[in-house]
Design a protein around this ligand. Structure first.
Ligand code: DX5
Ligand code: ZN
Length: 230
């Protein structure tokens, strides 16, 4: 089994020591750096925006995985691409929420034009079937396994069913988009998530609040399948 890609979320980092935490991720077994942008409109919380993404980009050596939890994300694609998501040395991803896009097809095309991979995020209530008509335009699907807005929430078990359905939808149509899972990911559900079909795991609290963050990343990536719990 191919180990999943691990994308620690800097939402759970120490913002007063962001350079230190980004440099830690550079040295770790993490694959991407997940950047959670919240606008206080699409989600109830405000996190950070373009200048912080730029600052992360200045120190990162791994691709940025930018998750836009904002309304009308098409207004900011170019800005986040320039702020590091489209860094030519390590092109990353910009993910927009299906629920926030009136013209999702156009927005995904716009993301790819910047040189980034294009992702679509689905809230827990949005069925995967809604993606059927943009399969050709997307490189990644982010399945939210909590309601977006805050780190440290409990994993919603129904997510496993959604991942399996999406895996079938992609396989049936010959698409190779990656499946990413975000929210409440940790040692207790990693095996079930990968078995269901997850390719990329976002982890905030389970990495940065761990006693040994580098060991936490290692445990997620090289999990023990015998520890599977549904
Ligand atoms: C939630 C964010 C997540 C969050 C994950 O809205 O999209 O990326 O930071 O944090 P944990 O892993 O703590 O659930
Ligand atoms: Zn996220």
């Amino acid at each position: 089994m191919t180990p999943p890609l691990i994308a620690p979320s800097i939402l759970a980092a120490d913002f007063a020591n962001l350079q230190r935490d980004v440099e830690f991720l550079n040295q770790s077994e993490a694959d991407w750096i997940h950047v959670d942008v919240m606008d206080g409109m699409f989600v109830p919380n405000i996190s950070f925006g373009i200048p912080v993404c730029e600052a992360v980009n200045r120190h990162a050596t791994k691709p940025l995985d930018v998750h836009l939890m904002i309304v009308q994300p098409e207004r900011y694609i170019e800005a986040f691409a320039k702020a590091g998501a489209a860094n030519p040395d390590r092109p990353g991803t910009i993910t927009v929420h299906l629920e926030a896009c009136t013209h999702l097809h156009r927005t995904l095309t716009q993301i790819r034009e910047t040189g980034c991979r294009a992702g679509v995020a689905l809230n827990p209530h949005s069925p995967v079937e809604l993606l059927a008509d943009v399969l050709d335009e997307m490189d990644q699907v982010l399945i939210m396994s909590v309601n977006p807005g805050f780190g440290g929430q409990s994993f919603i078990p129904h997510t496993l069913q959604k991942i399996r359905k999406l895996r079938q939808l992609l396989a049936g149509s010959g698409h190779t988009a990656l499946i990413e899972v975000d929210g409440g990911v940790g040692n207790d559900n990693v095996a079930a998530l990968v078995e269901a079909g997850a390719d990329v795991l976002v982890a905030g609290s389970s990495v940065f609040k761990a006693a040994h963050p580098s060991e936490a990343i290692h445990q997620l990536k090289f999990f023990n399948p015998a520890l599977r719990q549904a």
